[in-house]
Design a protein around this ligand. Structure first.
Ligand SMILES: Cc1cc2nc3c(=O)[nH]c(=O)nc-3n(C[C@H](O)[C@H](O)[C@H](O)COP(=O)(O)OP(=O)(O)OC[C@H]3O[C@@H](n4cnc5c(N)ncnc54)[C@H](O)[C@@H]3O)c2cc1C
Length: 543
């Protein structure tokens, strides 16, 4: 981690921005990670690597955040390597696993060939096919679109179907093979986001990672692991942008006063800061559940999905707030902020859109509220350990059967004004679900059910933030300030639900009762503001 920070700091902001503007492929970063064997150390299961190699979500959290702190492009090459490695480590093909470990040692990056141009989120319609040949081999034909690292990965994990049985299949393709046609970079950025096609690409039985149900499950289970990282990328981007914004605003004088003396600017910083703290608390807590996960405890699937969908949306909110403060400065070409303002938008949209993930979240609502279950307490999971279950997640079905621990338990452990208001808002939402239950038409209407899912997601978000508050010594003032924005967000989503075309009068009445005002406390506000002022001039990237 420290060597990576040193790499970026020594290289400096000027070079970071030049490369961004000239869209220079990050060859130097790939060489650096090769020299230090970083991907190899962080992404190889112990049985395939040297000492100290393991896939440790706690450790990888930090690396995710550091990379995005310096630029989403560097994070992206790591992220798609993670995705590419997913179907490999989940496979039973020992030869390909050993090959992957060797490529990692040699400094290679990996790629995940799932998406196709015509089908987007609809991976059922995949058109890449493997056609059996008389000698027992196969010929692969088809094209993939939006595939990161596919210009340089020796093992591109490629998803397709068997031409004869229509069963799903995952196989690996090498960009150096002459039947591999690298068509173009689809995006205009430092990343290489490839369109490639395979023309009678020869595949032996040994190059197949998985078939049938296993191939399908490994596609979804890989996304389960990878989508966690998108939230962390948002955290890294927001953290760097926050330092730039506070340094600029707190040192700038207008009309004989500092910009940070305006009360609306204070409010924007307080909101940005408390949202960022909540993002970190939630994401770190979600790791705990990923690391204790088992076939009997699949709560991580909800929490993980929310790191993808909720933390990334909060990231956009943080950047919007900061940008409103620093205004013109955020356009300047020498700032990190200019990249942050652009890149933060990507994270909610990629690897499954917000809507795909909200639809997933909605599957958990009933059991969360009406069918809780006792689980052993889960403490902070920062032990140096390989997260083996991530590669043995099993079937992806049965999400509606997953049960959760009772969210009321954690709320009862705190006595803070805004937390209490928020808990009352939850009660009204539960009443709506129980007494004015959305009917079958409303449940089929994705616009309506996503408004319900937004409210639900905010409750789960609040619960895990609270669960992590003591572990990370969050003081009462900061915590209640976090719940100040949560009460406002809850009210906003309640109004949105109220305004849907099919909301019934009874549902509207519950929505009315969910709309609340947070409690203002000037001492609390001032205390949080002082913490934020303490961040001024604390960090500036080296030139
Ligand atoms: C920079 C970049 C890098 C990428 N890297 C990779 C990569 O390395 N590997 C890879 O395989 N892919 C990659 N992708 C593809 C990316 O994962 C897809 O863009 C994404 O899955 C969504 O597909 P789409 O944008 O085509 O949206 P579409 O599938 O066209 O969806 C459009 C809209 O339909 C709605 N929708 C669709 N399905 C559902 C659903 N089930 N429930 C609710 N609403 C739904 C949503 O509102 C969505 O916004 C990348 C894309 C980009 C731009």
């Amino acid at each position: 981690m420290l060597k990576t920070i040193e790499f970026f700091e020594k290289r400096g902001k000027k070079k970071l921005k030049e490369d961004d503007h000239s869209r220079t492929f990050y060859e130097d970063f790939i060489k650096f990670q090769k020299k230090e064997k970083i991907f190899s150390q962080l992404l190889t299961p112990p049985e395939y690597g040297d000492k100290d190699t393991r896939w440790d979500m706690w450790r990888n959290y930090a690396f995710n955040e550091i990379l995005a702190f310096y630029g989403l492009a560097y994070w992206y090459t790591w992220q798609v390597s993670i995705l590419g490695l997913g179907p490999i480590w989940m496979s039973k093909n020992e030869v390909l696993k050993k090959q992957a470990a060797q490529h990692l040692k040699d400094g290679a990056v990996f790629a995940f060939g799932l998406s196709e141009q015509q089908h987007g989120a609809d991976i059922y319609s995949t058109e890449m096919t493997l056609t059996p040949q008389t000698d027992g081999t196969f010929k692969a034909n088809g094209a993939k679109y939006y595939i990161g690292n596919a210009n340089t990965a020796p093992m591109v994990s490629t998803f397709g179907k068997m031409a004869d049985t229509k069963e799903y299949v995952f196989f690996t393709a090498d960009y150096r093979n002459q039947a591999y046609d690298l068509i173009k970079n689809v995006c205009n950025s430092q990343n290489y986001v490839a369109e490639f096609s395979l023309h009678d690409y020869p595949i032996t039985k040994e190059a197949i990672l998985s078939e049938g149900r296993e191939a399908w499950d490994s596609a979804l289970n890989t996304v389960n692991i990878g989508k966690y990282n998108l939230g962390i990328a948002s955290i890294g981007i927001c953290t760097h942008a926050f330092y730039e914004a506070i340094n600029h605003a707190a040192n700038r004088q207008l009309y004989g006063m500092y910009v940070t003396d305006f009360s609306h600017v204070k409010q924007m910083f307080i909101d940005a800061y408390s949202r960022l703290v909540a993002m970190k608390l939630f994401a770190l807590r979600a790791i705990d559940y990923m690391r204790v996960a088992s076939l009997e405890d699949r709560r991580y699937i909800l929490y993980n999905t929310m790191v993808k969908m909720k933390v990334t949306l909060q990231g956009e909110e943080v950047i919007n707030l900061l940008w409103d403060v620093i205004a013109a400065k955020g356009f300047e070409k020498d700032t990190y902020f200019e990249m942050a303002a652009r890149d933060i938008r990507a994270l909610p949209k990629l690897e499954g859109t917000v809507h795909v993930n909200l639809a997933l979240v909605a599957k958990f609502i009933f059991n969360y509220f009406f069918n809780p279950k006792e689980y052993a307490p889960v403490s902070r999971q920062d032990q140096p350990q390989h997260d083996v279950f991530l590669f043995e997640q099993g079937p992806t079905r049965g999400l509606g059967k997953i049960q959760f621990h009772d969210y009321n338990d954690i709320f009862k452990q705190f006595e803070l004004p805004n937390l209490k208001i928020f808990h009352e808002q939850i009660g009204k939402f539960k009443d709506l679900l129980g007494q004015a239950t959305p009917d079958a038409d409303q449940q089929r209407d994705t616009d309506f059910s996503m408004a319900i899912a937004e409210l639900f997601a905010l409750i789960v978000y609040a619960q895990l933030v609270l669960e992590n508050a003591k572990t990370h010594n969050i003081d009462d003032q900061t915590l209640d300030q976090i719940f100040d924005f949560m009460v406002r967000d809850f009210s906003k989503y309640a109004l949105q639900l109220y305004s849907k075309s099919s909301t019934t009068p009874q549902q509207m009445e519950f929505c009315n009762q969910m709309i609340r005002k947070p409690e203002y406390d000037s001492t609390r506000y001032q205390k949080v503001w002082e913490t934020i002022q303490g961040l001024k001039d604390l960090y500036e990237m080296s030139a």
